[in-house]
Design a protein around this ligand. Structure first.
Ligand SMILES: [Zn+2]
Ligand SMILES: [Zn+2]
Length: 278
């Protein structure tokens, strides 16, 4: 059963799934990392993902929150954890309380407030960090890191038993490598990119590009906390990402106008790395 349509793409050893259109709905997930971004809608099969990182509280990014929590309860799954900008935790808790009266049921979940610079260890390997973005309400972007430990070069030649012995003695014989796998901008104007160089470095960048057409003026767009295609064009040399998924296009532009506008200004689609999801 597929109740809501979305796109998906296998990249290396993980999958990016989602859909985003401004004022309609935004949701993404990476099942292998057990996490998703935003809950504007939720296909039935996404329910099994237990950790969600909310970029901001606009309706098209959060409307599905009560339903998601209730579905997991109904299916006897463990309560999920929802991370969101810290100023909105109390309001989200109130919203769930109202729904628990309306729906006559419980909404078990953990709501965790985050601010820029916070870091969440989902597992030994997967760490998510929150970054400042610039929208009309408090908002966050996220970067998912894969973390692993490597042996310090001076220990590389030692036999296995010796390394084990040193480890048991508590010697620090390793160093940490953190690879930024996926960066999620959420809704933001160009400042969200400019203040977070890590967004240009992640293997995959999921960015909003709400407006693309010439008739949409970028000054006003920035004030409302969004990005125009021209912002991407101006920064094209900065993107080191292997894959850039642009989405969250305005419903005021047709699919044809979006593809035409982007191809006009970025004919090689950033060396084939830029994909438009709409
Ligand atoms: Zn939005
Ligand atoms: Zn928004």
């Amino acid at each position: 059963m597929r109740d809501i349509s979305y796109r998906h793409l296998k990249f290396k050893n993980f999958t990016i799934e989602g859909f985003s259109r401004a004022a309609i709905q935004t949701f993404w997930r990476i099942p292998e990392f057990h996490l998703g971004f935003d809950l504007g809608a939720l296909p039935w099969e996404f329910m099994g993902t237990q950790n969600w990182f909310i970029s901001h509280t606009h309706l098209d990014h959060l409307a599905m929150l009560p339903n998601y929590v209730a579905r997991r309860r109904m299916m006897k799954m463990s309560p999920p954890t929802i991370y969101l900008p810290e100023n909105f935790v109390n309001l989200a808790a109130k919203l769930l309380k109202v729904w628990s009266h309306l729906d006559c049921g419980k909404f078990p979940c953990e709501l965790v407030g985050l601010k820029p610079g916070d870091s969440v260890e989902l597992s030994r390997e997967i760490v998510v960090e929150a970054y400042p973005t610039s929208h009309r309400v408090d908002s966050l972007g996220y970067v998912v890191f894969h973390r692993r430990k490597k042996l310090l070069p001076e220990y590389l030649a030692l036999p296995g038993e010796e390394i084990c012995r040193l480890k048991n003695e508590g010697a620090s014989i390793t160093y940490e490598i953190k690879t930024p796998k996926v960066a999620y901008l959420g809704d933001s104007n160009q400042i969200g990119l400019d203040v977070n160089p890590i967004f240009y470095e992640a293997e995959v960048l999921i960015t909003e590009m709400t407006f693309v057409e010439k008739r949409h003026q970028s000054g006003k767009i920035h004030k409302f906390g969004h990005i125009h295609l021209d912002d991407i064009v101006q920064r094209q040399e900065k993107f080191k990402n292997e894959l850039i998924i642009a989405s969250h296009f305005t419903a005021r532009s047709t699919a044809e106008a979006i593809f035409r506008s982007v191809q006009e200004k970025l004919p090689d689609m950033l060396g084939g790395r830029l994909k438009l999801w709409l």
